[in-house]
Design a protein around this ligand. Structure first.
Ligand code: ZN
Length: 270
């Protein structure tokens, strides 16, 4: 007899399958990413009552199916409904970005409870607060670490030289002065998975120039452990540049463009 598993889960994506079924991907707390088929989900709304839509946090009841990577979705019960997210377009854009990068940076059945808790915390932060680019940037940076893609930011990836932003205090500095300071030619290398000094970056492809301020913001982001941290007070232009670099780095790792990025851009341009 096949065992029924029950686990908290967040719906990552959902699509119609045939006339009455749905195929749904979840990030579960206990089994990693799980994709399954919900038979009759489009007809029998009673059984699932809108629990198969993105952003839902549910208790997922599922069974393995023989000879198939798709599980059988038996039922879903509500744990948390992110009402504010579903009613605000900007919050939808932010939450969609979180779901997409989590989906892309995780593999099926790779158990990682920390990523589940991180995504849950990210959605709660978007639900409860004003949409904030720093939440997205902190989320992305920590997700890269939890999924094994953490960029190296403390020294040059090739020669080991220490970067100049490490010891400079960002918050104590006049923003205009910080903005004008050059990093001395440091760049972020997508292929290198981190920063490169001027000498090592020469002739390297797919690199982004880094001002001292952006270097400092990226370093600060890496030091933050929780998206609930609201007192970072990072300079907006450097935060935007840092966020763009992180998104490009994620796209480089997954080898495709993020679908949620253009939607997000509509809200992030001044
Ligand atoms: Zn170097």
């Amino acid at each position: 007899m096949r065992v029924l598993s029950v686990t908290p889960a967040i719906v990552l994506r959902s699509r119609s399958f045939g006339e009455s079924d749905k195929i749904v991907s979840f990030l579960t707390r206990d089994h990693g990413k799980v994709t399954g088929i919900a038979k009759g989900a489009k007809r029998s709304r009673k059984r699932f009552v809108n629990t198969l839509e993105p952003f839902c946090l549910v208790n997922l009841h599922f069974q393995e199916r023989p000879h198939s990577s798709l599980v059988f979705i038996h039922a879903c019960d509500w744990i948390l409904f992110f009402k504010d997210i579903t009613m605000n377009l900007e919050k939808i854009a932010h939450a969609s970005y979180l779901l997409e990068i989590t989906d892309e940076l995780t593999r099926e059945r790779e158990d990682n409870r920390l990523i589940f808790e991180h995504l849950k915390q990210g959605l709660v932060a978007i639900e409860k607060n004003q949409p904030s680019l720093s939440v997205l940037a902190i989320f992305g940076m920590k997700l890269l670490r939890l999924s094994g893609y953490q960029p190296m930011l403390d020294c040059c990836r090739r020669c080991g030289k220490t970067q100049p932003g490490l010891n400079a205090g960002l918050r104590d500095e006049d923003p205009e002065v910080a903005k004008s300071k050059s990093s001395g030619g440091w760049r972020f290398g997508l292929r290198d998975g981190g920063i490169l000094c001027e000498a090592c970056a020469e002739f390297r492809k797919e690199t982004f120039s880094l001002s001292l301020e952006v270097l400092q913001v990226l370093t600060r982001l890496q030091g933050v452990d929780s998206v609930a941290t609201s007192s970072l007070n990072l300079p907006l232009s450097a935060l935007k540049e840092s966020f763009t670099i992180l998104s490009r780095f994620i796209e480089f790792q997954i080898n495709k463009e993020l679908r949620s990025a253009p939607f997000l851009d509509a809200f992030c341009t001044p």
